[in-house]
Design a binder for this molecule. Structure first.
Ligand code: CTP
Length: 424
């Protein structure tokens, strides 16, 4: 969905940067229009770099806006929502009285989209009858007002007038767009990134997982109203704010964290790339190079299978499968072997997507369905996976009815569990 952020000239203009980021985190396509006064507080370049779009400012032909004359109409049609943050006293007055003397005010008159304003100004200006009358006019016309907070203002006064926090404005935007809170009340336990198994004090066995997919899922689940517990292996990523992050390193630490928190969860999503093997012994001192080396490895516990065994009633369990060939067949075999409700299969053999990429494609597999989720951003894919998980909650799409004999025969076809191996 597409959101136009209007920025007018107040000191809170710098907070519009955070608002743009917050909206982008919710997978919204964001563009920015600024008044001339706003450019005194913050450079348009900041917003064009963040959004990848030219910042819209002028109604006239200028070197930086050659196609400006029709833009306000086109942009007014483009936006699913216009949010102005901060909205100054002057901007509110111009909106209320239908002035159209710059890009933002002209677009306001031309847009059929819902409009939201987040006022920010000195307390006396906010409380002035003229401003309050303008706010009332806008309210009457259906403009939603995100009321300013009370507190210390940039001018030194204390009182109402401080712009609402960007995260709060983003939530009002999401609600206005009808973005569902379909995971409200759910507790989603997500594992992310890869685990590391120490060989000696400086070396470990690890894998290429960056955690991007798991963190994207965490962000998507949170923005749909879930409480999120994120159990993450080492990752350079910032976790979504407000989500509970448990950092772990080894497969065993991940196992402990997951099993301890599992009883709280209504949905468990295991997107982590867990080490399959750990060294039988960890050298106390750094290993020296001395000819060929034989490492003896033992299998780690299968956390997903254990989570399935300890499933609490009504808990949905979704695994991930990283495959390099026969992805759907291998994924379905894994689904059966592990007993999860669904498995998200990634083709990690593809160079263009997957590990460390911002994009991914997958197949969402249950025993009865295989839903193709074509290449898209990991954040969007996070939402699509959650759509399918929410759909599993609906009675008509619960797992296919198989007789116990059919299930047993399918299980027999699944590949055998791993055996210890030696790496030379
Ligand atoms: N998984 C797990 N514990 C492990 C290994 C994997 O919980 N010790 C989980 C992963 O988080 C993922 C799913 O199992 O949700 C499948 O992981 P994958 O590495 O694709 O499969 P493996 O079980 O390791 O099977 P194989 O290596 O044979 O493909």
């Amino acid at each position: 969905m597409k959101v136009m952020v209007g920025v007018s000239g107040g000191i809170a203009a710098y907070k519009a940067v955070e608002l743009v980021r917050a909206l982008q985190r919710h997978a919204l396509d964001v563009r920015v229009t600024m008044t001339d006064a706003a450019t005194q507080f913050i450079q348009p370049l900041t917003f064009s770099a963040l959004t990848g779009h030219r910042v819209l400012r002028s109604l006239w032909h200028t070197p930086d806006s050659p196609d400006a004359p029709i833009d306000h109409i086109a942009e007014a049609q483009w936006a699913d929502l216009l949010v102005v943050a901060p909205a100054t006293a002057d901007l509110l007055a111009r909106f209320a009285h239908g002035l159209a003397n710059d890009f933002l005010t002209t677009m306001y008159l031309a847009t059929p989209a819902p409009v939201l304003v987040a006022p920010a100004m000195n307390s006396l200006m906010w409380q002035h009858p003229a401003t309050q009358a303008n706010v009332e006019i806008l309210r009457q016309r259906g403009v939603r007002i995100v009321e300013p907070d009370a507190g210390q203002l940039a001018c030194g006064m204390v009182g109402p007038g401080r712009m609402a926090e960007p995260e709060q404005i983003a939530n009002v935007v999401l609600a206005a767009l009808g973005r569902s809170h379909d995971l409200a009340g759910e507790v989603v336990l997500i594992t992310a990134a890869g685990t590391r198994e120490a060989l000696d004090p400086v070396r470990f066995l690890g894998n290429r997982s960056s955690g991007k997919m798991g963190y994207a899922l965490a962000e998507a689940a949170q923005s749909r109203g879930a409480r999120v517990i994120l159990v993450s292996g080492p990752s350079a990523l910032q976790p979504p704010i407000h989500c509970e992050l448990l950092r772990v390193t080894t497969a065993e630490e991940m196992r402990q964290a997951v099993l301890v928190r599992q009883p709280e969860a209504t949905i468990v999503i295991k997107s982590a790339a867990v080490a399959d093997y750990r060294p039988v012994t960890v050298a106390a001192q750094k290993m020296r190079r001395q000819g060929p080396l034989v490492l003896e490895l033992q299998p780690t516990e299968d956390i997903l299978a254990e989570v399935v065994q300890r499933r609490i009633p009504g808990q949905l369990i979704v695994g991930f499968a990283a495959e390099t060939e026969d992805t759907v067949e291998q994924g379905r075999a894994k689904l059966l072997r592990k007993g999860a409700d669904a498995i998200v299969v990634n083709d990690v053999g593809r160079e263009d997507i997957g590990f460390d990429s911002d994009e991914n494609a997958a197949t969402f597999l249950t025993l009865s369905t295989a839903i193709d989720l074509p290449r898209m951003s990991k954040r969007k894919l996070g939402d699509r996976i959650l759509d399918e998980i929410v759909a599993l909650r609906r009675p008509q799409s619960l797992l296919v009815e198989l007789s116990s004999a059919e299930l047993e025969s399918l299980r027999e076809q699944a590949p055998a569990p791993r055996k210890p191996i030696l790496i030379e």
